[in-house]
Design a protein around this ligand. Structure first.
Ligand code: AMP
Length: 285
């Protein structure tokens, strides 16, 4: 990041991605100074960065047109707008999938059987493209919200919509036919500015990686070290620290958070004791 030029990052002003976007900037050291929903442009303390609060759906175009240097929005929105931007980083929040669904009682049981039918969606371009890639050609009914109601009121035979838990589909008597794409929040930049964002990308990546990591510390009989090192899912080599009692060592290792629950009983059975599982603030590899 240059010391003179301020960077402008567009982030969602409201909606599902807003809290995660502000939380990520804060965790990376870019604290929005006077954040409120009425303030559309906010200076971040600690770095020459300004956050511009706009609609998530508009961010791909703002970035593409160079109105901002980069932006945080849903990968699904970038694809739907077919924006000419560079995806710099997947951000690990706002996860969802674009799924096709039909009413429980529908005779349609597979995605391919949607061919020739009417499908309601707020993602007309993406739906048409992703289904056509599977040789499924549908009549699109473009709506701007409440997609789930479309089959019940006879507007469409099925829908294509974003799903996270699947609860909304079930509540509305819909059955999923499968996933078209997975999505999550992403940092995107225009082709011209991508190179100037190294500092920002490194800072955000360090937080994203830290959130999926844990720092493990434990004591171990020295003669169990080789077997423990074999099962540790650690990138690189763990630190091994001598203890006062020469029969024991302390092991420190960075491990994927998702694997900790499986690892702990294995470590215990190999003689590990005083096991500490610590959160990590930043990881730079
Ligand atoms: P908003 O409409 O402003 O609440 O934001 C919509 C964006 O949030 C979508 O484009 C997705 O990237 C993301 N998202 C995450 N989970 C869901 C979900 N269950 N339904 C809709 N959007 C979701």
């Amino acid at each position: 990041m240059s010391a003179t030029k301020r960077l402008t990052v567009a982030i969602p002003a409201k909606g599902r991605l807003q809290v995660g976007s502000i939380g990520l900037l804060e965790a990376a050291g870019f604290q929005p100074e006077t954040y409120s929903e009425r303030n559309l442009s906010v200076r971040c303390s600690g770095a020459p960065v300004d956050a511009l609060l706009v609609r998530a759906a508009d961010i791909p175009e703002y970035v593409q047109d160079g109105a901002v240097d980069c932006g945080i929005t849903g990968a699904d929105l970038v694809l739907e707008r077919d924006a000419d931007v560079v995806e710099m980083l997947r951000l690990g929040f706002g996860s969802c999938s674009l799924q096709a669904a039909v009413p429980e009682e529908s005779a349609i049981t597979a995605l391919e059987e949607l061919d020739g039918h009417h499908v309601a969606t707020v993602f007309p371009r993406l739906t048409r493209r992703l289904l056509a890639e599977r040789n499924v050609f549908v009549h699109i009914c473009e709506v701007s919200g409440s997609v789930e109601i479309a089959p019940r009121i006879g507007l469409a035979d099925g829908i294509v919509d974003l799903v996270s838990s699947g609860g909304t589909l079930r509540t509305n008597g819909l059955r999923s036919l499968g996933t078209l794409i997975e999505s999550e929040a992403v940092l995107v930049a225009s082709k011209g500015t991508a190179g100037a964002l190294n500092g920002l990308v490194t800072a955000l990546r360090s937080v994203v990686d830290a959130r999926t990591s844990r720092y493990l510390m434990f004591n171990l009989p020295a003669d169990a070290l080789d077997r423990v090192v074999e099962i540790l899912p650690t990138p690189g080599s763990p630190s091994v620290v001598p203890l006062r009692s020469s029969e024991h060592v302390a092991v420190h290792a960075l491990v994927p958070a998702a694997e900790v629950w499986e690892l702990l009983p294995k470590l215990q059975s190999l003689g590990a004791s005083a096991i500490l599982v610590n959160p990590v603030e930043r990881v730079l590899s």
